[in-house]
Design a binder for this molecule. Structure first.
Ligand code: AGP
Length: 617
């Protein structure tokens, strides 16, 4: 989604803004702009397209050399209005004295726009954001931008992060959080505002994540915080411990490739200190719900979107099998628009890498309003989901920059494996020996993922052969059926190839009609209970002329060799416990999508139309 950077301090502001926006490119955007105040005048440059276009615009019409020491920048992911220069942020009021950038949506913008137009305000863009600039102009009564902001906030509805400047109220930036994330960076005599930490990490590691309905006021002398009514908040800074280098490509061609290769490390970090293979016990310290509370639960609902929803489907298999609890999995965007059944004995598990996905947060609130207990599985410390859920199981994947989720997904699977064992222990549905075997398997996973990554060279060959195809079918059964969905999603997200994931047994009820010699079928066939059934499905696909790309585990390699023909491909990953196989089966699918997208010349890290965290409904 959109990205925001703001700066107040002694250094020239422009390079800080451009560099910060570049660090936020991964979030997805289609236009960009910056606004500076110098010599009491507001000056801005904007452009459709990527940041390089904005730099061209600035080169053609430079700002007065290095005179401004405060300003803000924005990358926009279009919602209201096309991605044009006019619609790019920042936006101004009629007099060009107040300027605003915005993430999220102002829901009542049409109503406000009508009112402001009737009062004589002139609108020049199609955006909802512009109403904020005009509303601030209307609410300006000579008592400063902050006072006008407090009044304007009473009129705005929706979920929004705002950053505001006024040429009449110098040396001050105001940031507002009402939903989408905002972080204030506290440097040495300089202060920053951003929508996400990577934008400012080169300058400071000391940050304050704004709470919902909170305002930050940053000036050359400090940062203050208050609520929407002007009541001051005392906020402590938090130190970001991850290395800025983790948000760099570290020699890899793309963030996605780097993040695929970080999975052994990320999985190890997620398991570390939480599982004892010797005793068979799991320790989830931030979970907040004690064993007595867990014993009261009689059903589980898992709420998530996209890739996180796929890990939720795997979670259903894990929790039902180990903890013997019925599990329902729903999309965040669907759950809130029905009248779902939940009560105090329901456990709602929300899964979200970013912790900021609007649909998932809305579903969490819906479940909580019905009395459900809640846990967030999340990768971002201090994000909304972690603040709103009763407890959290953090994935320790480090920052994920590639829009296509990889290491966040595998660590979500591991968090669910830990949680399922923990629930099962609390409910007395798992034997200690079984728990020990699973935790032993989790300890070994990082090494097995490293082995799975060795298929890379073979996958590159497969990608060369199949990258011209326009449709793919992914099949799996049981706990690996969600991995078929995830493989298909990865491919379509970054290569723009049409791909469908299906439970293999469903193929004969419709999708088999699509199979011909031009449609490769990716089949997930580990050593498990449904191995023979998958072989049957492979035969059905081959009988219709389809080429099959099979992912299996070592112990079934030979058996598959007898089934496959010269047109088919066999990818082998290590064996593990059947409940842990999804973590290994997904690795070749991530690599396959990556290499196909690369061959097709796609923008792997920032695929078209997509955003990293979807903070609008
Ligand atoms: C993953 O590759 C996708 N880009 C997307 O489906 C993502 O998983 C989804 O938007 C949910 O995001 P979250 O985990 O941050 O809530």
């Amino acid at each position: 989604m959109c990205g925001i950077v703001g700066y107040v301090g002694p250094r020239p502001v422009l390079p800080i803004l451009i560099e910060g926006l570049r660090k936020l490119e991964y979030r997805g955007y289609d236009s960009a702009g910056v606004a500076l105040i110098s010599g009491g005048e507001l000056d801005l440059r904007r452009s459709a397209g990527k940041l390089s276009k904005l730099e061209d615009v600035i080169a053609l019409k430079p700002f007065p050399a290095n005179v401004s020491h405060y300003g803000m920048g924005h990358t926009r992911w279009a919602t209201h209005g096309r991605p044009t220069e006019e619609n790019a942020h920042p936006h101004r009021d009629c007099k060009g004295r107040i300027v605003v950038v915005h993430n999220g949506i102002i829901e009542n913008y049409l109503e406000l726009k009508r009112e402001l137009i009737a009062e004589g305000h002139k609108f020049v863009t199609e955006t909802d954001t512009e109403v904020v600039a005009h509303l601030l102009e209307k609410e300006s009564r000579g008592d400063g931008l902050l006072a006008a902001t407090r009044r304007a906030l009473k009129r705005l509805r929706g979920l929004f992060a705002l950053v505001l400047l006024s040429a009449d109220d110098p040396d001050q930036i105001i940031a507002v959080r009402n939903g989408p994330p905002v972080v204030a960076g506290i440097g040495d005599g300089e202060y920053f505002i951003a929508s996400d930490v990577p934008a400012i990490l080169a300058h400071t590691r000391d940050v304050v994540f704004l709470n919902d309905e909170e305002v930050a006021i940053i000036t050359p002398t400090g940062a203050r915080f208050e609520d929407f009514n002007g009541v001051e908040h005392k906020r402590d800074t938090q130190r970001i411990t991850w290395d800025p280098v983790m948000a760099e490509k570290a020699g890899y061609k793309h963030f996605m490739l780097k993040e695929i290769h970080e999975q052994p490390w990320a999985v190890r970090e997620t398991v570390l200190g939480r599982a004892s293979a010797e005793t068979g016990r799991v320790y989830l310290s931030e979970m907040a719900l004690d064993e007595a509370a867990l014993r009261e639960i009689d059903r589980v609902i898992i709420l998530a979107c996209g890739t996180s929803w796929h890990s939720g489907l795997v979670g259903k298999f894990l929790i039902e099998e180990l903890a013997r609890l019925p599990v329902e999995v729903d999309y965040g965007s669907e759950y809130r628009y029905r009248d779902p059944i939940a009560d105090k004995n329901t456990l709602a598990i929300v899964i979200t890498q970013s912790g900021e996905t609007a649909d998932t947060l809305a579903a969490l609130r819906e479940a909580k309003s019905k009395g459900a207990k809640s846990i967030a599985i999340c990768n971002v410390v201090g994000s909304m989901a972690t603040r709103e859920a009763d407890g959290t199981v953090y994935t320790h994947a480090g920052p994920e920059i590639g829009v296509a989720s990889t290491k966040a997904f595998t660590t979500q699977l591991v968090a669910l494996q830990l949680l399922a064992v923990h629930l099962a222990q609390a409910r007395g549905t798992i034997k200690t020996e079984r728990a020990k075997a699973l935790l032993d398997g989790l300890d070994l996973l990082p090494v097995l993922i490293e082995n799975a990554l060795k298929v890379d060279a073979h996958i590159q060959e497969i990608a060369k052969r199949f990258s011209p195809c326009s449709d793919f079918l992914y099949l799996g059964r049981g706990i690996n059926y969600p991995i078929a969905l995830e493989g298909a999603l990865k491919l379509k997200e970054i290569s723009y190839i049409h791909a469908e994931g299906y439970p293999a047994g469903e193929m004969k009820h419709g999708p088999i009609a699509l199979i011909d010699e031009n449609m490769p079928v990716v089949a997930l066939v580990p050593n498990d209970l449904v191995f023979e059934k998958m072989i049957g499905n492979i035969q059905e696909a081959k009988a219709r002329g389809g080429s099959v790309i099979v992912v299996t585990t070592t112990s079934k390699k030979d058996a598959l060799g007898d089934v496959l023909g010269h047109k088919d491909e066999l990818i082998v990953v290590p064996d593990t416990d059947p409940l842990l196989t999804p973590v290994l089966m997904v690795v070749p699918l991530q690599l396959l999508s990556y290499h196909i997208a690369l061959r097709r010349g796609c923008d792997v890290d920032q695929p078209r139309n997509l955003a990293k965290s979807v903070t609008v409904e």
